[in-house]
Design a protein around this ligand. Structure first.
Ligand SMILES: C[S@@+](CC[C@H](N)C(=O)[O-])C[C@H]1O[C@@H](n2cnc3c(N)ncnc32)[C@H](O)[C@@H]1O
Length: 238
């Protein structure tokens, strides 16, 4: 990821995702982290919604990797409100492919980030993560098989009241090419129904099939573990 697609989305992020994947991850992630006590890398920590959960569920030191300045700013401000979090979370201002920590970690968590990597980038990602994990280390991420997407019209996906204003997110699939889906997102703020701010973001995400993921991870030296639907847990083989 070279462009900061997320910067325009930042004011909308927590509103939308508290309504999206975050509540389910809050329910499913804690049992998967049972026993993790020393160190965790979180890839794509965003505004810190999941960082805070990892910190609550484990006593581990956390390396929160976040390349977007906008998202990272919210993350650091969230840490600044809690001295305990501030002492335990190191924020790495880089992308996952450039991660390098001092010692291999016990676990890596990656929530709603996998789609940012194209297929060649994913192969590199698994290699980098395997290098950062100790033998037998745990890799946890969310993933589900998706039905084929087709280009469509712009539709409102979420609408939230913030004081007297309405924050609205609309999206549309523009193009589908194999596992890659290019979408347009419009972030709008309305006052009395009239748009007073509007930003548009085009982004391409990548949605590999389950079969493809399994092949990639096994080739990179990971073995699949039991996990509830929509979560994946893998261990680095010794
Ligand atoms: C949908 S958000 C998820 C944020 C957080 N994990 C959550 O669930 O709330 C995706 C995040 O991945 C980050 N990201 C995108 N490309 C990345 C990369 N190459 N390495 C690490 N993080 C990346 C984005 O900046 C963004 O903060």
């Amino acid at each position: 990821m070279n462009e900061d697609h997320y910067s325009l989305a930042v004011p909308f992020y927590d509103l939308w995702h508290e309504d999206g994947h975050v509540p389910l991850v809050r329910e499913l992630l804690p049992p998967l982290l049972k026993g993790v006590a020393r160190s965790v890398i979180e890839i794509g920590a965003g505004t810190g919604l999941i960082t805070r959960l990892i910190a609550r569920e484990t006593p581990a030191e956390i390396y929160a990797v976040e390349p977007s300045l906008g998202m990272r700013s919210v993350l650091v401000n969230r840490l600044a409100e809690d001295p305990e979090l501030l002492s335990r979370v190191t924020v790495l201002p880089c992308g996952a492919l450039d991660v390098e920590v001092d010692e291999p970690v016990e676990a890596i968590v990656m929530v709603s980030v996998l789609q940012s990597f194209s297929s060649p980038e994913r192969e590199e990602l698994w290699r980098v993560l395997a290098r950062q994990l100790e033998p037998g280390g745990l890799l946890v991420f969310n993933w589900r098989e998706r039905s084929a997407r087709v280009p469509g019209e712009l539709e409102v996906m979420g609408s939230y009241q913030v004081g007297r204003h309405t924050y609205e997110i609309a999206g549309q699939v523009l193009e589908v090419a194999g596992e890659s889906v290019t979408s347009r997102f419009v972030y709008r703020i309305r006052q009395h129904g009239v748009a007073i701010s509007e930003d548009e973001v085009l982004s391409t995400n990548h949605w590999p099939t389950g079969e493809r993921l399994v092949a990639e991870l096994e080739a990179a030296g990971f073995a699949r573990q039991d996990a509830p639907e929509s979560m994946e847990t893998w261990r680095l083989t010794d």
